[in-house]
Design a protein around this ligand. Structure first.
Ligand code: DAH
Length: 333
């Protein structure tokens, strides 16, 4: 009695069979593939059946390989059959152009954009024009021209991001929008009524009321005969338009090197007073440096914190929410 050689199946043969699946389209082709690769007379079945004729020391590994191969071939077959079925179902249900439209998900504006637009609209309705300036500034515009010399403590309060590679004329990310006052007065003559919204940057540790990037809006008016009463009038009117008639507004003295006198404005909230802006009468020395005679012209300026205003408007407690890009937060506006 002759003992036949055991049937062997190689990994390459299994791979080839799996690759061939992709070319099968009809049920007949699928059936033929199954008979050839998984049927009773397939190489796989023969190899499994002749396992016992292999040397004892090879049996365990060969058995494991064949069982894995069987699993792969069966899975491959099922997947291909399911894919073909899905394709056919799709083909039977072509696009129905008569179906009514469904709403597309719509994007929205960011709460800071919405608030900035409301701020701009409030001042625009009082006759202010919108201007813009660069976010990368020189020390001259950000500090010196605003009477903040190198050794002034106000520089320390504004932890500044400096740009690398510009040591001779240091460049920085503006720490406030006030440089726009200088840039505008250099090129224009009174009467002036402008606002300059934009991003500002400070190297700050962040917490619920501090961010390293915030949006400000600078306000500047220069004309003959402007007084602190005009400043107060404009800011009260702004607050009324922004928050309605019912919120209480508080003016207090404050110090900023580029104004004299200087004030700060806070708005009442359930959590106490929230400061939303600094302001004051443009310092006469600055007017003179800009070529305006301070005996004739006076001006007022203000710098508003847009995030703070948005927090008051929407009742948001943590400024960091604005820039986390959490859609659950952003979808609410
Ligand atoms: N630039 C100041 C800051 O960021 C705010 C400010 C105060 C702006 C007084 C002004 C002003 O225009 O008059 O802290």
């Amino acid at each position: 009695m002759s003992v036949s050689e055991p049937v062997l199946l190689s990994a390459a043969e299994v791979e080839a069979a799996l690759e061939a699946l992709a070319d099968l389209v009809t049920d007949a082709e699928l059936g033929r593939w199954r008979t050839a690769n998984l049927g009773r007379k397939s190489r796989l079945s023969l190899a499994l059946r002749s396992l016992g004729r292999r040397p004892v020391e090879e049996r365990a590994a060969a058995g494991r390989f064949l069982n894995q191969a069987k699993g792969k071939l069966e899975r491959g077959f099922r997947d291909r059959r399911a894919a073909l079925k899905a394709e056919r179902t799709r083909a039977l249900r072509p696009l129905d152009v008569s179906l009514p439209g469904r709403p597309l998900p719509r994007g929205g504006l960011h709460p800071i954009t919405l608030t900035e637009r409301a701020v701009v609209a409030a001042f625009a309705s009082m006759g202010f024009h919108v201007i813009e300036g660069p976010e990368v500034e020189t020390e001259y515009y950000n500090f010196e021209a605003l009477r903040i010399p190198a050794d002034h403590p106000a520089r320390e309060a504004m932890d500044t991001f400096y740009l690398e590679g510009a040591e001779e004329t240091p460049l920085l990310l503006r720490t406030h929008t006030s440089p726009n006052q200088i840039r505008f007065m250099e090129r224009q003559t009174p009467p002036i009524r402008v606002i300059a919204p934009g991003r500002t940057y400070r190297n700050e540790a962040t917490d619920a009321t501090h961010e390293w990037m915030i949006t400000q809006t600078e306000v500047l008016a220069v004309d003959e005969g402007l007084t602190l009463a005009h400043l107060k009038g404009a800011l009260y009117e702004f607050a009324r338009r922004m928050f309605g008639e019912d919120r209480t507004i508080r003016f207090r003295c404050d110090y900023f090197p580029f104004v004299e006198p200087g004030v700060e404005v806070a708005v009442s909230s359930p959590r106490g007073w929230i400061e939303i802006l600094g302001a004051g009468m443009v310092h006469p020395e600055i007017l003179r440096n800009m070529g305006y005679d301070p005996e004739i012209y006076t001006g007022f300026a203000a710098g508003l914190g847009v995030e703070r205003i948005a927090m008051l408007r929407y009742g948001i407690r943590d400024i960091r929410r604005f820039y986390e890009n959490d859609l659950r937060f952003l979808r609410q506006f």
